[in-house]
Design a protein around this ligand. Structure first.
Ligand SMILES: Cc1cc2nc3c(=O)[nH]c(=O)nc-3n(C[C@H](O)[C@H](O)[C@H](O)COP(=O)(O)OP(=O)(O)OC[C@H]3O[C@@H](n4cnc5c(N)ncnc54)[C@H](O)[C@@H]3O)c2cc1C
Length: 400
């Protein structure tokens, strides 16, 4: 059997690895548009920050692929999928056949239609090539404005700040990480960021990128101008859907898959940032990982269900551990929230309960207990019996 994978990001690579683990004989071919073997994208932040050398960015070498008998074709984009004849088309009308196909072509940076966005000095960060271009440019363009104060925008801000640049983050919402944090968590994060010498401007909309050919600043709605030599846009991602749409596969906000991660065509599966499962488009590592592991079983005809991933992420945002789990910031009635805020220590903990069961949490400044809490949120465990001691440092989380 010949399995073909489009994309060597996390989803494509983990699926290839799992296919090989499950079946030593199956042929595994990966087409990769980028010229590099797999690298975890968070490494790009550390690379820009100057904390990770180039050679250590990569998770699997080309030799690893040879040892695993995974036929990887770097720098080879798939241009078309022909589901009826079970072929993918490459440049130069070359075609390659498959028995089962995995579409794991991921997502791209979303670039809002701001006037002047095509000026020299405007960047976004998704790929290693983007990171290299940013490092190159920031060397002699020292005033950087980051458009978008989400997780990625804040991490980029920290990274270019560590390169000695002057950095200002502009964010549309009136607080940081509105999806992951509540008001108290967001203000703790803001003070941490400002402590690094990064300016933060909230509740503003970027209307135009100023400059003749090169960036000279940005104009905000209302007329305020901010001088800058470089703008980095971090305004979210959009799933890569063109290839799937051209092939006639059902798409919505993402490439639509069922619980077996099968698309509308029976021989075509999908996993990663490009997919929509039960109405959700995740765009995060844990989901891509779970999907990639599961899809490999289904590609080999072993039925395995993907039930979704609870968005659980411990991230070191600007040096502060930030975990946001499940319904961290619920809207509507019927939720109980319990908090503990220790400003001096930079610690903030909150749990969200529904009928006594744990349904969400925010954990900042500490990781202690977070794995147990993540499992408890997934299982919706009742915690009301421990309610008075639950947020204490001394609490024994193993009881969960
Ligand atoms: C800087 C950065 C930091 C991040 N940090 C975090 C984090 O801390 N936690 C977290 O959960 N998530 C994080 N993310 C998001 C995370 O990286 C993604 O969820 C993950 O990369 C998704 O993997 P994927 O394989 O689905 O897609 P992608 O990583 O987008 O990989 C898809 C691959 O397919 C290739 N491709 C596309 N079209 C074709 C084609 N036609 N032919 C061949 N190849 C093609 C692309 O070139 C790409 O290499 C971060 C993202 C970035 C950019």
């Amino acid at each position: 059997m010949r399995t073909v994978i489009i994309g060597n990001g996390l989803a494509g690579t983990i699926a290839a690895k799992t296919l090989r683990e499950l079946n030593p004989q199956v042929e595994v071919v990966v087409f990769a548009e980028e010229n590099y073997p797999y690298y975890p994208r968070p490494n790009l932040i550390e690379y820009i920050a100057g904390k990770l050398p180039y050679e250590r960015i990569f998770a699997f070498s080309e030799e690893w692929h040879v040892r695993q008998k995974i036929d990887i074709r770097l720098g080879t984009a798939v241009r078309k999928i022909h589901p009826r004849s079970r072929e993918v088309e490459l440049d130069g009308d070359r075609r390659e056949s498959y028995d089962v196909l995995l579409v794991a072509n991921g997502a791209s940076s979303s670039i809002p239609p701001i006037k002047g966005v095509d000026k020299k000095g405007v960047f976004a960060l998704r790929t290693l090539d983007d990171a290299r271009a940013i490092i190159d440019y920031v060397q002699d363009h020292r005033r950087v404005v980051i458009i978008g104060g989400g997780l990625l925008g804040l991490e980029i801000a920290r990274a270019v700040r560590l390169r000695g640049a002057e950095v200002e983050v502009v964010e549309f919402f009136d607080r940081l990480l509105p999806r992951q944090l509540d008001v108290q968590g967001a203000s703790l994060l803001r003070s941490q960021i400002e402590g690094l010498g990064i300016r933060v401007r909230l509740g503003v909309t970027t209307e135009e990128i100023l400059g003749q050919e090169d960036v000279s600043g940005i104009r905000l709605k209302g007329g305020t101008d901010i001088s800058a030599d470089m703008a980095i846009i971090a305004a979210g991602v959009r799933p890569n859907l063109g290839l799937s749409q051209d092939a006639g596969l059902a798409t919505d906000r993402g490439l639509v898959v069922d619980d077996r991660l099968r698309t509308s065509h029976p021989q075509v599966f999908a996993a990663g940032d490009n997919i929509q499962h039960r109405g959700k488009v995740y765009g995060i590592i844990p989901a891509s990982f779970d999907q990639a592991r599961t899809v490999a079983y289904n590609m080999l005809g072993e039925e395995k269900k993907y039930e979704g991933t609870i968005p659980a992420n411990t991230l070191k945002v600007v040096g502060l551990y930030v975990t946001s789990l499940g319904l961290a910031n619920p809207e509507g009635q019927g939720y109980e929230e319990i908090r503990k805020f220790m400003k001096e220590e930079g610690i903030y903990k909150k749990v969200v309960l529904q009928d006594g069961a744990l349904v969400g949490a925010i954990w900042m400044g500490t990781k202690k207990g977070i794995n147990e809490i993540a499992r408890a949120v997934t299982a919706k465990i009742k915690v009301n019996q421990w309610i008075n001691t639950f947020l204490d440092d001394s609490f024994d989380f193993s009881v969960l």
